[in-house]
Ligand binder design. Structure first.
Ligand SMILES: N[C@@H](CCC(=O)N[C@@H](CS)C(=O)NCC(=O)O)C(=O)O
Length: 218
């Protein structure tokens, strides 16, 4: 059965799914939805994703949205390597780490929020960038405190990469997009370096995506 991923080079939520697909060695076709140009609102894409957001994964004609729901689906469909631990407390901890970025920090920086800051509060480009950098840093600071409480060994849950590492690395990739200094968060930086030593993470990083390269060649 074929897998198609509606995504975008800069999309942090699509990054998470790209990493999971790659760790599970599942081949997929990526279809670009340029969320910076508003293509998520096109009528054709609204049929695919009623939330007007990426990612959407299509598997055998069935559509799935929300990156964490997609990754949990992939974990059930292709259990190896497992991206969620099996022990209930570890599983809950992995999910709680994943949600720091995916539910709390990253949503404050997405295009619809940036656009509304401009429209409703007359925030200019510099103010919007300051807003985003603040929430990216807040997410990283929360991860730094969590990793101080329970150090990565070598990944957040132990020997195996989990959904937690995918989301922490995603938050770091956001910082990279904003040109922020990772070294301010040493425990997060060390964990991210371990993640980005793996091709599944490196290849999914926005800087490795053809859209990023095209945007920077213009
Ligand atoms: N919680 C969702 C987030 C989806 C989301 O907001 N995606 C962003 C890109 S990372 C998007 O498509 N934004 C479109 C917009 O803000 O207009 C997930 O994890 O999949």
């Amino acid at each position: 059965m074929t897998l198609q991923l509606y995504g975008f080079w800069r999309s942090n939520a699509a990054f998470r799914v790209r990493v999971a697909l790659s760790l599970k060695e599942l081949a997929f076709e990526e279809i670009d939805v340029d969320i910076l140009s508003g293509r998520q609102f096109d009528a054709a894409y609204a049929q695919v994703n009623a939330e007007h957001a990426v990612p959407t994964l299509v598997h055998g004609g069935h559509r799935l949205s929300q990156s964490l729901a997609i990754i949990e689906y992939l974990d059930e469909f292709q259990p190896e390597p497992a991206l969620l631990p099996s022990a209930p407390r570890e599983r809950a901890y992995a999910r709680s780490l994943a949600l720091v970025s995916s539910a709390d920090a990253h949503p404050l920086t997405v295009p619809r929020v940036r656009k509304y800051l401009g429209e409703a509060f007359s925030a200019d480009g510099a103010a919007i960038e300051r807003w985003c950098r603040h929430w990216v840093a807040e997410g990283l600071a929360a991860y730094e405190r969590l990793l101080d409480q329970r150090p990565a060994a070598p990944f957040a849950l132990g020997q195996d990469v989990t959904i937690a590492d995918i989301c922490i690395a995603g938050q770091v990739a956001l910082a990279d997009v904003y040109g922020m200094d990772r070294a301010v968060f040493p425990a997060v930086d060390a964990l991210a370096s371990r993640c980005f030593a793996l091709p599944a993470f490196t290849d999914a990083h926005p800087f490795q995506q053809s859209g990023y390269k095209a945007a920077n060649e213009r």
